[in-house]
Design a protein. Structure first.
Lengths: 294, 304
């Protein structure tokens, strides 16, 4: 869409964009380019600049079992937590949209979790799910050794998934509810007049109409599970035990800032960037076109 | 709505209530745990009746993690990011929507692409840039031979250096360098009727006057929504402040959470940890509760 009426002096127009352009050049494009440069070079241990190594950094990362383990953990984390958070939010939003008594209360309260910082809720869940205090301790008293995120990788993964899903149920709920409320009431009333029940109306009218939202949230949840998980992992498990929760962003951080392997971290960043760009393009190109019922 | 469905209604209430309990439970548990003493908080099962040590624990957590200045830092950072976003995005959107100049589409895409790559994935090089913000420009001068030229002509050796580690601009600026708000404004500006612009021009208003006196007052709702969402987003940032504030005096409240995790060897002071968590999660929760309308609106509008 374009404006019909515009202002003539375009030199002034460019000036308005300059602050933003300076910012994104300095803090976005330059670092992104730098990441590409570092990923293709190797820093000399005794200083004296970087030497060109081509794709060696990528090769050494892709042949590293730890890295594949990290990708694997990230995918499990992304898949399970996205599925969980979206399914629960969809059910809650659909039920809230029925507007029975009390639905206004749910509309207010169910979005609270999204306001909380990931590390803060991670610390809360670390206590709630701690094996020796809190609530899982009760379970451990009945079956000793049943739950210990500090020792068992699967338990640790379950903990971070619970914490992340809890926050993103709130997020997805907001979008699902907005999508449900955007459906004209007359459509649903007409279907009701024709004799279709609540569940039939959900599957035949509401669900198809919110598919764009579902796909949109699918992409957002997956990308957020790559980024927003950092605080949760750092507070709850620090990537352990035995790298079971060493997700991709956490590994970039620990390789780059604790291991001081800039080249390796940069190569990992590039791979993660490509992954996210592919997801985003996928969303814009295919999903937005195919799923459209209006 | 239109028919009687007692069974379904019962299950609707039941499921929503369970959802409500799960949503609220962590808040309640944190608050209750924060009111116990060391022995009670480690009881299995922990008593769900509040203890009597609430204020003592809050005070201890406050002093252990030095939360006063940290909360102030968080507040400065979040306000800075929100204000910067609201202003800079408005300027950029105005430029893209209301002017025709060569390379406008290019600039549009240049900004659009920044939406794709979050700070978290380019964290290492961004850190290097913030260590010396002028490094990109120095490199450009070096590569183009300009710094050599300047040194020849004036005898001044060009060494641009401006470190922003452990400073508020270093915390704030990289978080502003994305496109989130720009598109929110763009969508809105496109819905502003052209007649308004024509009328303003007829009355002799230039671009700047039109922007300040007509466009900005009209975008008040957008500003509130964007400001709310950005404030929350910035407050909840963790990785970035953690990296660039090596010096305690610029650390933010959220990064302080790590100090509160009970040590493996020491006493499991969960009551203190939970008191600290409560303090740190309260400000964003208050913003969500009090600014709910803007929060929901901003969230939905910025993401689409």
């Amino acid at each position: 869409m374009e404006k019909r009426v515009t202002f003539g002096k375009w030199t002034i127009g460019i000036l308005f964009a300059v602050p933003q352009l300076l910012l994104i050049f300095t803090f976005f494009y330059w670092p992104a380019g730098q990441a590409v440069y570092w990923s293709l070079t190797l820093q000399q241990p005794w200083g004296g600049g970087n030497i060109w190594v081509g794709l060696d950094n990528f090769r050494s990362i892709l042949s590293n079992a730890d890295y594949w383990n990290s990708i694997n953990a990230s995918l499990v984390f992304a898949g399970v937590s996205t599925g969980l958070a979206m399914f629960i939010a969809l059910v809650l939003a659909a039920l809230t949209d029925r507007q029975l008594a009390g639905s206004r209360l749910y509309r207010v309260v169910l979005i609270w979790p999204y306001g909380i910082a990931a590390p803060a809720l991670a610390l809360a869940f670390r206590f709630i799910l701690a094996p020796e205090a809190g609530f899982m301790a009760v379970v451990n008293q009945i079956w000793p050794g049943f739950w210990d995120p500090g020792l068992d990788g699967a338990d640790a993964m379950a903990s971070i998934i619970v914490a992340f899903s809890w926050k993103y149920v709130g997020y997805n709920f907001i979008f699902f509810l907005a999508a449900f409320q955007a459906i004209p009431r007359s459509l649903i009333e007409a279907a009701a007049m024709d004799g279709s029940g609540v569940i039939r109306r959900f599957w035949d009218i509401q669900f198809p109409l919110i598919t764009p939202t579902i796909f949109f949230l699918l992409v957002i949840n997956i990308t957020e599970s790559f980024q927003d998980s950092f605080g949760i992992v750092d507070i709850m498990t620090s990537g352990g035990p035995a790298n079971a929760t060493n997700l991709m962003v956490y590994k970039i951080y620990s390789d780059g800032f604790k291991g001081l392997d800039y080249s390796g971290a940069a190569a990992q960043s590039i791979i993660l960037m490509l992954l996210i760009v592919v997801l985003t393009i996928f969303q814009f190109r295919f999903i937005e076109r195919r799923v459209h019922y209006r | 709505m239109v028919e009687r469905t007692p069974v379904l209604n019962f299950f609707t209430h039941l499921i929503l209530f369970i959802g409500f309990v799960f949503c609220i439970a962590p808040f309640v548990v944190v608050a209750i745990a924060a009111s116990h003493n060391l022995k009670d908080v480690n009881d299995v099962p922990m008593s769900l009746l509040p203890g009597s040590d609430f204020w003592v624990n809050i005070k201890t957590a406050w002093t252990t993690a030095d939360l006063g200045p940290k909360l102030l830092n968080s507040f400065i950072m979040a306000t800075g990011v929100a204000a910067g976003k609201v202003i800079i995005s408005a300027l950029t959107a105005f430029s893209i929507v209301y002017f025709r100049y060569p390379g406008r589409t290019f600039i549009f895409w240049l900004i659009f692409i920044t939406l794709m790559l979050p700070l978290e994935v380019r964290i290492v090089p961004t850190y290097a840039v913030v260590a010396n913000v002028l490094e990109p420009y120095q490199t450009i001068l070096d590569l183009t031979g300009l710094s050599w030229l300047i040194e020849k002509v004036s005898g001044v050796h060009v060494a641009l250096n401006l470190g922003m580690l452990n400073s508020y601009p270093g915390l704030i600026l990289p978080l502003i360098a994305t496109a989130t708000g720009t598109f929110l404004y763009r969508q809105f500006f496109l819905t502003v009727p052209d007649e308004l612009t024509e009328a303003a021009r007829m009355d002799g208003a230039g671009a700047l006057r039109f922007f300040i006196d007509i466009l900005l007052p009209l975008s008040r709702n957008n500003m509130a929504a964007l400001g709310t969402i950005m404030f929350l987003w910035a407050w909840n940032q963790y990785l970035w402040p953690l990296l660039i504030t090596t010096d305690q005096s610029h650390a933010t409240a959220v990064t302080e959470l790590k100090q509160l995790i009970p040590n493996v060897g020491g006493a499991p002071e969960w009551h203190i940890a939970m008191a600290g968590t409560l303090i740190i999660m309260l400000p964003p929760l208050l913003v969500v509760v009090l600014m709910q309308r803007w929060f929901v609106r901003g969230l939905i509008a910025t993401e689409k």
